[in-house]
Design a binder for this molecule. Structure first.
Ligand code: HEM
Length: 159
């Protein structure tokens, strides 16, 4: 896995801390943006409570649970910036699981756009070009591992 610069790590840690302890409301902003960017993703959240429309989805406990899970993964990445490789196995497996539930790898990039949108909304003037790039660098490490796991699941399925 790639190395992030010291400056990248500092920008990421400081900005993540600025969002406060409860990250779920930020996760909701992120997913609201995700569904604006690609409404078809709603259909992948087929829980007991139907995610037919965005408000139904956002009020479904299972969906909010997924929002929490995503924020926990981002939190883990922020807490392991010095040794992101230690998350490799977890992220490979996460990629496999997303292959199994029908998520396409292109959608991980849309989640990245939604993440940046949420950071911009939450951080206001502290959202700089350098900060955006630092987050992109970290997110691309996460997505690269998830994508490798996703592809492995695909190979396994076609064997
Ligand atoms: C378009 C993007 C995505 C879609 C449609 C999606 C959908 C799903 C679905 C349907 C599940 C299984 C049910 C559930 O646990 O709620 C799941 C599990 C999960 N997702 Fe996502 N997901 C997306 C992106 C992400 C991303 C970017 C992350 C983290 C960075 C993530 C983290 C997780 C975790 C931690 C689980 C639980 C895996 C387990 O059971 O061990 N998801 N996702």
């Amino acid at each position: 896995m790639e190395e992030l610069s010291g400056k990248d790590k500092q920008l990421i840690r400081d900005s993540w801390e600025k969002l406060g302890k409860n990250k779920v409301p930020h996760g909701i902003v992120m997913f609201t943006r995700l569904f604006e960017l690609d409404p078809a993703l709603l259909s992948l959240f087929s829980y007991k409570t139907k995610c037919g429309a965005v408000p139904d989805c956002l009020s479904s406990p299972e969906f909010l649970d997924h929002v929490t899970k995503v924020m926990v993964v981002i939190d883990a990445a922020v807490n392991h910036l010095d040794d992101l490789h230690s998350l490799e196995d977890f992220l490979l497996n996460l990629g496999k699981k997303h292959h199994a539930v029908g998520v396409k790898t292109q959608s991980f990039a849309v989640v990245g756009e939604a993440l940046l949108h949420m950071l911009q909304c939450s951080l206001g003037a502290s959202y700089t070009t350098a900060l955006r790039q630092a987050w992109l660098n970290m997110y691309s490490v996460v997505v690269s591992a998830m994508t490798r796991g996703w592809a492995k699941n695909g190979e396994h399925k076609s064997n």
